[in-house]
Design a protein around this ligand. Structure first.
Ligand SMILES: *Cc1c(COP(=O)(O)O)cnc(C)c1O
Length: 397
């Protein structure tokens, strides 16, 4: 293939999975390898002093395997730039450092990922960047907060973790921009296959690629993706500088594994979505269950909104148990295929008790989660086995 990475990225008529497989994956020029080699070298010999070959000089500044992943990520989000980091939180940290200064403030959802809140509240606040968590469905309140000059960034996660609230990206982009603020969307749960925030008006997309993008629970990583045009190019310059100057980059093997996972994102998400929908529908009237939280159910308060901004509804389902905390704890420890573990988005199903696991850091804060709630990351196993597994665990209550 002679096309440059950016040709694939900007191809408007190319389908998602075609881009996932081809963007950034040119056939190797030396051996013809169809899968580009993993470049482990930390340093690159110039063709004489000052003549870098293809721009590479040192591994923190740039690495061809990382470039391939970044090209793929930018293409899939419909963006112009992507930057890969050693974790989702490292990517988020780069965004805050690049875009905010002491005395400025983040306005964010009050059900954001606990680790994001911990980063803002325990790390960035010590450097003078404050945060205000609030209910993002209250657009009047969001607008009122953004009236204040110090509120420079609106941080949205949709669907949210673990309450599965869906936020109107287009509406919040308009509100943020009317007040001179930037909109960041954490697109980890939806993935670019289901939702493309840049096309809905977001300025910045962040990912924990550890989850669906990697998809196999074997690599930690994060990404920042930006659009195209002068404003996006300017933001990209700032993120690029953070990536280079702070150095929280993904290593070559991690970048390679993430690229490999990303190639199958479309087919995996189709199966995650189908399994999650079947499970949500099957258990919504179960006597041991008080409530199933899933945007694909007609009973979900933002079902119509989810339909309008997402291709399908994702693989995450939360359930609240009638029997309260004791029931939640018992079920969490009683399943066979749903493995009790943190994280999400892998091919295998996972069960999480957020109150004490992923969201332990937000206990007692405004972001605390209900004690009777279990979060399921529905994998791509045979759905009949997953239903049977949950039925047995609930039957043991
Ligand atoms: C896991 C997660 C993060 C943090 O990413 P890491 O890769 O664990 O650093 C951020 N946002 C969401 C929604 C997540 O699920």
């Amino acid at each position: 293939m002679s096309e440059s990475p950016n040709t694939a990225a900007s191809g408007t008529s190319t389908g998602f999975s075609t881009q996932a497989i081809h963007a950034g994956q040119e056939v190797d020029q030396v051996f013809g390898a169809v899968v580009p080699p993993v470049h482990f070298s930390t340093t690159y010999a110039p063709d004489g002093i000052g003549n870098l070959r293809n721009g590479y000089d040192y591994g923190r500044a740039g690495n061809p395997t990382r470039t391939a992943l970044q090209t793929q990520l930018a293409a899939l989000e419909g963006g112009g730039h992507a930057f890969s980091f050693g974790s989702g939180l490292a990517a988020e940290d780069a965004v805050i450092r690049a875009l905010l200064r002491p005395g400025q403030r983040i306005v964010m959802g009050n059900d954001a990922y606990g680790g994001s809140f911990r980063l803002f509240d325990k790390v960035h606040s010590a450097w003078g960047v404050a945060n205000t968590p609030l209910d993002l469905s209250d657009h009047t309140r969001v607008a009122a907060e953004l009236e204040n000059d110090d509120a420079a960034l609106l941080w949205v996660e949709t669907p949210s973790n673990p309450l599965m609230a869906v936020t109107d990206i287009t509406a919040l982009a308009d509100i943020a921009h009317a007040h001179g603020a930037l909109l960041v969307v954490d697109n980890t749960f939806a993935t670019p296959y289901l939702q493309q925030p840049l096309s809905l008006g977001a300025d910045v997309v962040v990912h924990s690629t550890t989850k669906y993008i990697g998809g196999h629970s074997d690599v930690v990583g994060g990404a920042v993706v930006l659009g195209s045009g002068d404003a996006a190019d300017d933001l990209a310059g700032k993120i690029a500088f953070q990536q280079f100057a702070v150095g929280a980059v993904s290593g070559p093997l991690d970048a390679y594994l993430t690229t490999r996972g990303l190639k199958t994102l479309g087919v995996r998400m189709d199966r995650h979505c189908a399994n999650a929908q079947t499970i949500a529908e099957h258990f919504q009237d179960h006597p041991a269950i008080e409530k199933v939280l899933y945007p694909g159910l007609a009973s979900h308060p933002q079902h119509e909104l989810a339909k309008s901004q997402m291709r399908s509804f994702g693989g995450m389902v939360s359930i609240q148990l009638t029997g309260g905390e004791p029931a939640a704890r018992k079920v969490a420890e009683a399943t066979r295929f749903f493995i009790l573990a943190e994280s999400l988005g892998g091919v295998e199903s996972l069960m999480n008790y957020p109150h004490e696991m992923t969201h332990a850091s937000v206990r007692g804060t405004e972001l605390a989660v209900p004690e009777n709630l279990l979060r399921l990351s529905v994998g791509i196993e045979d759905v009949a086995d997953l239903i049977d597994d949950l039925e047995r665990a609930l039957g043991g209550l």
